[in-house]
Design a protein around this ligand. Structure first.
Ligand SMILES: Cc1ncc(COP(=O)(O)O)c(C=O)c1O
Length: 496
């Protein structure tokens, strides 16, 4: 379906009105009803981000000679980050558009580095703990790197012995997270790095989530923290690169991350140069061509406006928030927090088989919360910011209600979206799930898939209802029916 341009452009006011209406259908993060995607510091800080971004809205970091301001800001953001992670004068890096790009760049750099130094490598492999972010698999697909995913220890941290067992002549790098996205625990970085040193392999630390939080939590008193923070950065011998997102706990405008290396010997392999192109000599340091100056200026502005004190006091408030949620969840006998979260990323699920996390998720959504779900084990996921402290009591009250509902309505696990999530997590036919998910994405990006205003209004009219299956990837109805029957039978025979 082709859409045509309005013959005459709309007035600025009309355009903005339309945008406001569209934005009105988004998740309600302003009232702290969502736990991820948005990292909000304060309205005043957001205003500063908008102004800083606007000042450099039209600029382009692709040519640092033309925009010396951006070169300077990027350099300072990188140097400040290198200082936070205890790098030295050899530490180098670039900014990127986000955690995924930083991870893609590191994996690309290690592949290229291995190719130029270890001719025997046939098919490069990277070893990651199972909890490593999906961006590593994306890097694998993009750059033809085999990603070896290794099961975790019982406490959800990387199992370093299991990683060691997978090292072979094709291994090009090892990975650990600080903390990982699913469970919020910090992998044993010192042990992974020691393994790297032993085998002469580079070690990447994914601190996309924790990079601009952990250094400031370290400065708190033990009573203020919820856990000790082990060294995760360049203080650990063997760590050769760190990705850290400014647009998460750095509270920068979206589109800002850093990728740092212990040495130019690695960084140089992420650069690309086309010297024979008829369009001229074309050099680019990251994946993007045009690099939006607003994101660089926003990151510079966030670091300089919050400063050390601002980040430390934010870390203190974030820890208070995490304590309130963790204590509140653990006080509900039917629930338990998974592992020992290091900071503000918390996953929880039912203690026994009686209370399914996906059924709880449906109940929380019916009460106006935006819920994220994990697949293994069945659990709910939260990324907390200080603003969530304002809603901790309401959330926990809703959670207690949800638990009571799920306990007394055993069918809750077979209604709403719960069976669908259960199915996706457990379906043995992973290829089929992938095919279906691709189908949904293709539909979303097809000529008719944008979501018209009418559809948006219809969706919002339904928003008060329990979540619909259509809101999440749908699988063939026959398969769903079969899985439901199977689940009911198992329950009837006491094996649920
Ligand atoms: C640990 C970790 N690494 C990488 C990423 C990817 O970051 P982005 O979404 O900015 O690409 C995330 C995102 O949540 C993350 O939690």
């Amino acid at each position: 379906m082709a859409l045509s341009l309005p013959m005459q452009g709309l007035s600025n006011e009309q355009v903005l009105d339309h945008l406001r209406v569209l934005g009105g259908h988004d998740v309600n993060w302003r009232d702290h009803r969502a736990f991820g995607l948005v990292y909000h510091h304060s309205d005043a800080h957001t205003k500063l981000m908008q102004e800083a971004h606007n000042l450099f809205l039209s600029t382009n970091g692709l040519n640092p000679m033309a925009f010396k301001s951006l070169r300077r800001m990027e350099h300072e953001v990188v140097r400040i980050s290198a200082g936070l992670f205890h790098g030295d004068d050899a530490t180098v890096g670039t900014m990127s558009s986000g955690g995924t790009e930083s991870i893609l760049l590191a994996m690309l750099a290690y592949r290229q580095h291995a190719r130029s130094h270890r001719k025997s490598i046939r098919h490069p492999e990277v070893i990651v703990p199972e909890s490593a972010h999906a961006a590593f698999y994306k890097a694998g697909e993009y750059f033809d790197i085999k990603v070896i995913s290794v099961p975790l220890q019982k406490d959800y941290r990387a199992d370093v012995d299991a990683m060691a067992a997978r090292i072979n002549r094709n291994t090009i790098a090892l990975v650990g997270s600080a903390p990982c996205y699913p469970y919020g625990v910090i992998d044993p970085i010192a042990e992974i790095a020691a393994l790297g040193l032993k085998h002469g392999l580079p070690v990447h630390v994914d601190a996309c989530l924790g990079g601009f939080l952990l250094p400031f939590v370290e400065r708190l008193t033990p009573e203020e923290r919820i856990a000790d923070i082990p060294h995760f950065d360049f203080r650990v011998p063997g760590v050769t690169s760190i990705s850290a997102d400014l647009h998460k706990y750095g509270y920068a405008a979206k589109g800002a991350s850093v990728i740092l290396y212990s040495d130019m010997a690695y960084l140089r392999h992420q650069f690309s140069a086309s010297t024979d192109w008829c369009g001229g000599v074309y050099v680019s340091p990251t994946l993007a061509g045009t690099r939006p100056g607003g994101a660089i200026a926003g990151a510079w502005a966030a670091l300089h406006s919050l400063g050390e004190e601002g980040y430390v006091s934010n870390a203190r408030a974030a820890m208070e928030t995490a304590k309130a949620f963790i204590a509140g969840i653990n006080a509900i006998p039917e629930l338990e927090v998974l592992g020992d979260p290091a900071v503000t990323i918390v996953a929880y699920g039912g203690r026994g088989p009686g209370v399914g996390a996906y059924a709880l998720g449906d109940q929380l959504e019916a009460r106006g919360w935006h819920v994220d779900r994990l697949q293994r084990p069945e659990s709910l996921h939260m990324i907390l910011n200080p603003g969530h402290l304002h809603v901790a009591d309401v959330y926990l009250a809703d959670l207690r209600e949800a638990v009571a509902y799920v306990k007394t309505h055993r069918d809750a696990a077979f209604e709403g979206s719960a069976p669908m999530y259960g199915l996706i997590a457990k379906a043995p036919l992973r290829k089929l799930v992938k095919k279906q998910v691709f189908g949904i994405v293709e539909q979303m990006y097809s000529a008719t898939g944008g979501g018209s205003a009418a559809e948006l209004s219809a969706e919002s009219a339904e928003a008060g209802d329990a979540p619909q299956e259509g809101a999440i990837p749908s699988l063939p109805p026959l398969l769903i029916g079969a899985m439901r029957v199977k689940a009911r039978l198992r329950r009837l025979f006491g094996r649920a």
